[in-house]
Design a protein around this ligand. Structure first.
Ligand SMILES: Cc1cc2nc3c(=O)[nH]c(=O)nc-3n(C[C@H](O)[C@H](O)[C@H](O)COP(=O)(O)OP(=O)(O)OC[C@H]3O[C@@H](n4cnc5c(N)ncnc54)[C@H](O)[C@@H]3O)c2cc1C
Length: 457
């Protein structure tokens, strides 16, 4: 077998893997980056970027529909699905070319093919063997389904939904988590009748309950049917549609069923058990510096249990590359990773929910301020409602920031700095927010928590 030696071998070229490769190369290491499909992985080709392009088109459709309210004459004539596809694919292709160029400029060797870790911790790709003192596992995740619900025909995962050449007229979405609610939002704006079926009692159940409430209220107003606390008992794909059975003898007919019940770690068939890499429920077990149980083997991104987000993957990749290089990067706890749901309205959060904060510190040791965007001038101008909810430890730092409303994803950076830096409201309340911006709502919440509300009551 031909052997190739590097300082670092990275298995998987998605957000986590390519970030590890880029940072390692920057630090002077020789790197082989093994990818069986396309550099950029799920986020670039089947996740963040194409869905956000569709969501932007959905926002444009809503803006046109509402134009008259703002004194602008315009008429919504429908969606040109070919042009929509071209718009989305052009963005993905451009970012893909940019990434390929960047990886090449850093002198990283890209190996095309499927890699398998061997017991001696080399990586085999076909007949070639890649050897390095450090191997980074970054193979990502796959769309899960439920037992008895077979993907195929008109029963789709998010990958299938993105590949559709049409906007469905009627669609059922199984799962009210981030991927489910994003597709619900964009399909509704592009003209579909949408029903979300979620077994748990509320949408986005991992978020603070205030965000679920704000989202549910907005979705009902938008005409999205919500079946929360309801289980799906079966689904059949027919030539012309799907029949979706709910518990209690109800059947919904639609064009498609999107199954969005979460993503599992892509860790089977990689040789991990033979190489001594311990797994827990399929996720690769690591310490806080992302070392696995096998010496010299690291894991990053969706393969490691925690929020499955591209920027967590980037942070993991940088962290591992720097640790291997002998630097001492700080480990960022998962709770400090900002989370954004890019629906209309958007949701954004960082840190602890109220329930988690009260469980950790006791209800008496936690103070909460909720500021309604109805009091914020810019939100009124752009026509969005929503909330800003900030949680602090009494006489202590800000523990959590939770936002709902159009465009609030852009505000979470400030929340992330506050939570990540253990900022006290008294320290940051004097810092000024520009008027009129939505960020003022965050400033109002900090002022209120510091005991000196301006507009908040
Ligand atoms: C519909 C959707 C929307 C999303 N939207 C967002 C968003 O808006 N923001 C956000 O932060 N996150 C979003 N995500 C999540 C984000 O895409 C993932 O968190 C991120 O891609 C994880 O990066 P990763 O490197 O761990 O894995 P991936 O990006 O999945 O990369 C893994 C790579 O490894 C390759 N691979 C696997 N096995 C092998 C092998 N044996 N040999 C060689 N190569 C292999 C795969 O081909 C793939 O390219 C979204 C996901 C989906 C599905």
């Amino acid at each position: 077998m031909p052997e190739h030696s590097f300082d670092i071998v990275v298995l998987g070229g998605g957000s986590g893997g390519y970030a590890a490769a880029l940072r390692a190369a920057e630090l002077g290491r020789t790197v082989a980056l093994i990818e069986k499909d396309k550099l950029g992985g799920t986020c670039l080709h089947r996740g963040c970027i194409p869905t956000k392009a569709l969501l932007h088109a959905a926002e444009v459709a809503d803006t046109v529909r509402d134009a008259q309210k703002h004194g602008v004459r315009a008429q919504f004539d429908g969606v040109d699905t070919e042009a929509l596809k071209t718009y989305r694919e052009t963005i993905v292709a451009k970012k893909h070319r940019g990434l390929e160029g960047l990886v090449a400029r850093r002198g990283i060797t890209v190996v095309e093919g499927e890699g398998v870790l061997r017991a001696d911790r080399t990586v085999a790709v076909g007949d070639d063997l890649y050897r390095a003192p450090d191997v980074v596992l970054a193979t990502g995740s796959y769309s899960r389904t439920l037992p008895g619900i077979d993907i195929g025909g008109r029963i789709l995962t998010s990958e299938g939904a993105l590949a559709l050449d049409e906007i469905p007229s009627r669609v059922v979405i199984l799962g009210g988590g981030v991927i489910g609610v994003e597709f619900a939002s964009l399909w509704r704006s592009l003209g579909a009748e949408v029903t979300i079926v979620e077994a748990l009692p509320r949408l986005v159940p991992t978020e603070d309950a205030a965000l679920s409430k704000a989202l549910e209220r907005a979705y009902r107003k938008r005409g999205i049917a919500l079946r929360t606390g309801v289980r799906l008992s079966g689904a059949r794909s027919t030539e012309s549609g799907v029949e979706v059975d709910l518990e209690g003898d109800e059947t919904i007919h639609a064009d498609y069923l999107l199954v969005a019940v979460g993503r599992g770690p892509a860790s089977d068939g990689l040789g991990l058990d033979e190489a001594g890499v311990r797994r827990e429920s399929g996720f690769v077990a690591t310490d806080e510096h992302l070392r696995t149980s096998a010496p010299g083997v690291w894991a990053v991104g969706d393969l490691v249990r925690g929020p499955q987000l591209a920027h967590r993957g980037f942070q993991h990749g940088i962290h591992v590359a720097e640790t291997i290089a002998g630097l001492a990067p700080i480990a960022v706890p998962d709770a400090h990773i900002p989370r954004v749901t890019y629906s209309s309205p958007e949701l954004a959060s960082v840190g602890l929910s109220q329930v988690d904060a009260e469980e950790t510190f006791g209800a008496d040791a936690v103070a909460v301020v909720e500021y309604n965007l109805a009091g914020n001038g810019k939100s009124e101008i752009i026509g969005t409602g929503g909330i800003v909810k900030v949680i602090r430890r009494v006489d202590g730092p800000i523990l959590g920031v939770h936002l709902a409303g159009d465009r609030v994803g852009e505000l979470i950076t400030e929340g992330q700095l506050a939570v990540g830096w253990d900022a006290h409201p008294e320290d940051i309340a004097p810092l000024v927010h520009a008027h009129p911006t939505q960020s003022e709502a965050l400033g109002e919440a900090f002022l209120a928590l510091a005991g000196k509300p301006l507009h908040a009551v």
